[in-house]
Design a protein around this ligand. Sequence first.
Ligand SMILES: [Fe+2]
Length: 350
Amino acid sequence: MPGSTSLTDGQRSDFVRDGFVIVRGAVDPELAVRARDRILAAMPPTERRLLAPAALATHPEITGLFRESRVAALLRREMGPFPDVVSCQIAVTPGFDRLGGKPFPHVDGGWSGPIPTRAEDIDPERGRPRDAARWFGANDDVRGTNDGLLWQDPDRRIALGSYTALVGIALNDQLEPGNGQFAVLKGMHEEVEAAFRMQRESGGVIGAEGPGWPRIRIDEEGRPVMNGLPAGIRAKAREAAATTPRVEGWSWPELTPILLAAGDAVIALHSCPHTATPNFGPNPRMNVYFRIRRLREGNPHEGTRRVGHGVSDHPDRGYFGQFLDYPDSYDPWTTSIAKLCDHWSEWDFA
Ligand SMILES: [Fe+2]
């Protein structure tokens, strides 16, 4: 694959400032077309699916989009070593799918699931349902109606899974805003990191239910909504966006639409809040996401299939939530908290 396998100095400084960087022509166009056809055949784009069939997400032609792209080589150079990817997230937003009309900027690795619909059913301090067992299960570690993990560690000090970089590879042209673009709260990665530091310094939980981050908040219309971010970050992004020109055909000034052509890629820090957006156009928006975590020395589970590197947003646990055994010499939770509180420490170039 021709093209550079490193960032330019200008790209590096934009990445540090914005929390994301676009790599044009990251994937061989033929590979992109083949992958797109394979996905369309296996999952016709009539409805949005959170999970693709496993045989598709692990297919060498699909994981090869990353493995054989220059983003993989570029990440090795700019970030550092990482385990092989075994799977990915195939994210297709069908044409005219408005995703409920409300983008949901968030940091990956949090819990999601059904929540109560009435504000009085939420305890405002930690943002938990008052009748938590009904929504979260008999206890927080047992799955009830909850899907995903409420806590990463057995001691419930950390509510958020994390990795180093989200890599999104576009399989169709998404150059006009309003076609389901991946979008970010540009520059807010540093605010997110500051929120994690504040939580650590105060001795509280890291992530949702920790200081400044109720798990469920009450929105402007008085309804409970999942809180994908520490309080105030979206408002800060709105303030920052107030001075920038408006994008034609785009209703969320605080969100920056990532405009990609087929074969382009975006690299976003885990801490850079992101969201899918409504697709007002007729064509399915087709992206494939890889979640890459820099290799952690001393972690005996690096590269084991059950972690699901590439697809998992909680690689300190097994992909299906199973607890892994760790030696006394390696504390995955303390390590992850340290990285959340210093995200550039995972990047060799920084
Ligand atoms: Fe996400």
